[in-house]
Design a protein around this ligand. Sequence first.
Ligand code: IMP
Ligand code: MG
Length: 185
Amino acid sequence: MQKEHVYKKDILEVIITEKQIQKRIKELGREITEAYDESDDIVMLCILRGAVLFMSDLSRQINLPVVFDFMDVSSYEGTSSSGMVRIIKDLEENIEGRDVLIIEDIMDTGLTLKHVIDLLKTREPASIKIATLLDKPERRVEKEVSADFNGFEVPDKFVVGYGLDYQEKYRNLPYIGVLKKELYI
Ligand code: IMP
Ligand code: MG
């Protein structure tokens, strides 16, 4: 018998299973492949670190030439956005005239992405689109930021797993679950 995942005891409820995630990523891969039909110069820009797993699985479902780049921004203190966005690592590619597809784990207030998009626009890419695995629309502050490709809508609860963390833990859980409140309050 397989041993229970070490993190399972900290999870109140599984809201998206491993199987549901993989099925949805296949659909998103097809959608993205169709949407960029005409493009042969796509930069998949992974927002570290939460989107690493999503980028890795999603990219394998996109049947187009893409290149990978990574950007590390920090906006989060504990379980609520601080509103302060700091660029820890900028991307390496020159994106001028290219199609940038931002890969994000979750859109919450939207503050992080608004900041990233404003910065990228100054570099004159041909287009900027957003693919996010999760969307928490109830929490949006930046109303003009919305995802072009969205995996799942989630309720206003703190979730972890499949890349998403709480204090760097839980990223390697293969599913998305709600973290027990007593662990962060
Ligand atoms: P925003 O700037 O409020 O949209 O926050 C985006 C970032 O906050 C995401 O990239 C996540 O790293 C983090 N975040 C927001 N909600 C959650 C959550 O429920 N679990 C884990 N991280 C979250
Ligand atoms: Mg993140």
